[in-house]
Design a protein around this ligand. Structure first.
Ligand SMILES: O=C1C[C@@H](c2ccc(O)c(O)c2)Oc2cc(O)cc(O)c21
Ligand SMILES: O=C(O)CCC(=O)C(=O)O
Ligand SMILES: [Fe+2]
Length: 361
């Protein structure tokens, strides 16, 4: 296993085999073959009676069709977004030793992760990321927030505060969409938790063989993602048969529903399966804000329509759901490893048989 950061590996001519994915997992669509299938929705007028209903119905349709959409006119200051982006880029350009001062190896909560964070996966992700546990505020451990570059900590605080306000507005829309009072989803969450992850995808010598971030759905209620103009975020709504690359829209955030959100509305809204692909010419960055319920919150539909069955078989806590969500990926990965070993074994047997047949002739 190699321990160099992905930034260092990106300077090599070929890609380390740790990152090579099985054929069925490799990218099917290019990072810059953009699709505008995902709706772009303006939030201008969301707080006004006259336009709220129209905006909400667009969001509802997007959640029903894709589980993912983009928002513009969201009210977040573009100077704050640019500064958060600029300082994040400065961090990832620092020497390995500096980034590794915040290494999360050994289970530290928050800090710098080089490549993958899951055990037993068939390949590593071509990415580095920094994780901030930002809410509840009293759970923040500032010793895990990088102190370089200057000013990044305070900008991250300001950014996470604005993201929390935007998330709350979106939770209200989700509640109303289910015909419930505005606060229903926030109340179900017991306490809102927030995690900000800054993903950095260095250029890759063999991007067709790997992924920047493996296919997954996000576990929480909703996720608000800021991507740069390079492109690489992909979504599927047919279980991975076809993929689309989400077109980067300047100043927009990509919003997607997580598994917890999907269960709350009894499966009416989709949880979007997505992944990130990389390329050989441009580095890419995404700043992802996850909104989670408290670990003790129950995972159960808030409303079940007459005649409908609950999509969950038992009521569990979010902590348990999160554990199962993560182990599902690990189980899937171990199955892929076993299948790969079986294929190699079968190929070796077939090669041996045809060699023996050649000798007999
Ligand atoms: O790193 C991530 C991104 C994302 C995710 C990636 C890969 C997966 O297999 C997955 O299930 C999720 O969402 C996350 C959510 C977290 O709570 C922590 C993470 O590090 C990540
Ligand atoms: O970088 C991206 O566009 C996707 C990242 C992502 O899905 C995640 O961090 O959960
Ligand atoms: Fe994600």
């Amino acid at each position: 296993m190699c321990s160099k950061t992905v930034s260092s590996l990106s300077k090599e001519k070929t890609m380390n085999s740790d990152f090579v994915r099985d054929e069925d997992e490799r990218p099917k669509v290019a990072y810059n073959q953009f699709s505008n299938d995902i709706p772009v929705i303006s939030l201008a007028g969301l707080d006004l009676d006259g336009s709220r209903l129209e905006i909400c119905s667009k969001i509802v349709k997007a959640f029903e069709d894709w589980g993912i959409f983009q928002v513009v006119d969201h009210g977040i200051d573009s100077a704050l977004i640019s500064e958060m982006t600029r300082l994040s880029r400065v961090f990832f350009a620092l020497p390995d030793e500096e980034k590794l001062r915040y290494d999360t190896t050994g289970g530290k909560r928050g800090g710098f992760t080089n490549s993958t964070h899951l055990q037993g996966d068939s390949a590593k992700d071509w990415r580095e990321f920094v994780t901030y546990l930002t809410y509840p505020i009293n759970a923040r451990d500032y010793s895990r927030w990088p102190d370089k570059p200057d000013g990044w900590r305070s900008i991250t605080e300001a950014y996470s505060e604005k993201m929390m306000a935007l998330s709350c507005k979106l939770l209200e829309v989700l509640s109303e969409a289910m015909g419930l009072e505005k606060e229903a989803v926030a109340k179900a969450c017991v306490d809102l938790e927030q995690k900000v992850i800054v993903n950095y995808y260095p250029t890759c010598p063999e991007p067709g063989l790997t992924l920047g971030c493996r296919r997954h759905s996000d576990p929480g209620a909703i996720t608000i993602l800021l991507q740069d103009q390079v492109g690489g975020l992909q979504a599927t709504r047919d279980g991975g048969k076809t993929w689309i690359t989400v077109e980067p829209v300047e100043g927009a955030f990509v919003v997607n529903l997580g598994d917890y959100g999907h269960y709350l509305c009894n499966g009416r809204f989709k949880t979007a399966d997505h992944q990130a692909v990389v390329n050989s010419t441009s580095t890419r960055m995404s700043i992802v804000t996850f909104l989670y319920p408290a670990p003790s919150a129950l995972v159960y539909p808030l409303k079940i329509k007459e005649g409908e069955k609950a999509v969950v078989e038992e009521t569990i806590t979010f902590a348990e759901m999160y554990k199962r969500h993560m182990s599902r990926h690990v189980e899937g990965a171990s199955q892929r490893i076993l299948a790969k070993e079986k294929r190699l074994q079968e190929k070796a047997t077939m090669d041996m048989q045809s060699k023996n047949a050649d000798i007999k002739m």
